[in-house]
Ligand binder design. Structure first.
Ligand SMILES: *Cc1c(COP(=O)(O)O)cnc(C)c1O
Length: 423
């Protein structure tokens, strides 16, 4: 019966069968993902109970938003989940880049230096830091930046890191996810080692982790192994697909207060910020986030194995342990990237009838194709894929609000490639 259902939705019997064969070999992987989701579900539930979340927390505030109990409780819940002293969770934080910029611009002062010990940060952060000249960057404020690249085998260059920490070094930024690079994503264990090393050289340096795409993939978060601050977007993992906007920072009281005074105003800090009636979706999204993340992870593992077996190179590979929800598949041709993205788009609940095409996206040196049919615009915890039309013709795939949808999307991408004679 199920094969018929797939056939009605464009998946040939043969490709469906191929998928089922692959899934037989993934049982224990999926069990481990479910075990992590179970652990994190309890973690989130306990945080909600301990902080006495009540129906009144979902009430809307307007104007200044003084005494917004729902907002304050939500921030305590985030602090509990991430094991931190405090948190800032706001719809006024517009995206992940904004959250990261806020953390940096508020905790650094002119004359301070920022260090990235894990190589080049995410594209949009280049302008925040001023690696690419940009208005309002850290560089414009006289904050300098140093970078130590990972060694060719992906390990930390401890010797160089040590050399690049000095009296001006105030903050360290560690990106957990590989983003759109080919280096491996950092496990929480590796982040722990790195922070331990940095603190042994300079104990008072602020260690910030860009936690985007990593939340709830493991049992522990970087803030539970030494990070002073973790930062991310609510239209990725922790929003659970329900948060329509927002970003979060969780960390030491001092770091969060600095950020709050910058987000709103000196003197006001966390005391203002109307929640405009969307807190219910933040709470409910966080509640669902562990299982939604698990579904996306299963999709990534399934895609890795399906495309690896078809002869494509995939990062991470089909057997590697996972530390974020992104899957890179090198398809080797522009046609491959386009067919893959068309398949993902066809599988969407929204805008499935749209055909994605490569376009000249600002800030990129080649054309980029993107597939997304999301309930929340730009949400990448929902099933989505994108790829630059350039060598080696890799596509980056992530998300899926349910495992079943992620599975169908991947089969659709594969089918689309088969139809084009590419597999
Ligand atoms: C998505 C992402 C960002 C930026 O988030 P936006 O919400 O797109 O601004 C930063 N760092 C990493 C690693 C990301 O994956």
């Amino acid at each position: 019966m199920i094969a018929k259902q797939y056939e009605q939705m464009g998946i040939s019997h043969e490709i469906w069968q191929k998928g089922e064969e692959i899934l037989k070999g993934l049982k224990s992987r999926f069990e481990e993902i479910d075990a992590i989701a179970e652990f994190n579900q309890l973690k989130v539930l306990k945080a909600m109970q301990d902080n006495r979340v009540s129906e009144a927390c979902f009430t809307s505030t307007t104007g200044y938003g003084y005494n917004d109990n729902g907002r304050e409780t939500l921030e305590q819940v985030y602090a509990s989940v991430f094991g931190t002293q405090d948190a800032l969770v706001r719809p006024q934080i517009t995206c992940g880049t904004h959250a990261l910029a806020l953390a940096l611009l508020s905790n650094l002062r002119p004359g301070d230096e920022l260090l990235s010990p894990v190589g080049k940060p995410y594209d949009t952060l280049e302008e925040v830091i001023g690696i690419r000249p940009s208005r309002g960057s850290l560089r414009e404020y006289g904050i300098t930046y140093r970078q130590v690249d990972l060694l060719p085998d992906g390990s930390f260059n401890y010797e160089e890191i040590k050399k690049n920490i000095h009296e001006k070094t105030k903050m360290v930024t560690i990106q957990r996810s590989k983003g759109y690079q080919t280096r491996p994503t950092l496990s929480v264990e590796r982040i722990k080692e790195l922070i331990g090393f940095i603190k042994s050289i300079k104990p008072d340096v602020i260690c910030m982790v860009d936690n985007c795409y990593g939340e709830f993939v493991e049992r522990l978060e970087p803030s539970q192994v030494g990070a002073d601050l973790v930062v991310g977007s609510l239209i990725k993992n922790p929003g659970g697909g329900l948060a329509p906007v927002g970003g979060y920072l969780a960390g030491k009281t001092e770091c969060i207060e600095q950020a709050a005074y910058r987000l709103t105003s000196p003197g006001l800090g966390k005391e203002v910020g109307a929640s405009l009636g969307i807190l219910g979706s933040f709470y409910q999204g966080l509640f669902l986030a562990p299982t939604v993340t698990a579904g996306a992870l299963k999709g990534a593992v399934f895609a890795a194995n399906l495309f690896e077996q078809a002869g494509f190179s995939v990062v991470p590979d089909g057997r590697e342990s996972r530390h974020d929800i992104i899957q890179a598949v090198t398809l080797g041709s522009p046609e491959g990237v386009i067919a893959f993205c068309k398949g993902i788009q066809k599988a969407a609940p929204v805008d499935s009838f749209v055909t994605p095409e490569p376009w000249d996206m600002p800030g990129y040196d080649s054309q980029v194709i993107m597939a997304a049919g999301a309930f929340v615009s730009g949400s990448s915890i929902e099933l989505s894929a994108d790829g630059p039309i350039r060598e080696p013709y890799a596509v980056y795939f992530q998300g899926g609000l349910t495992w079943q949808h992620a599975k169908y999307g991947i089969l659709c991408a594969y089918q689309e490639m088969a139809n084009a004679g590419l597999v």
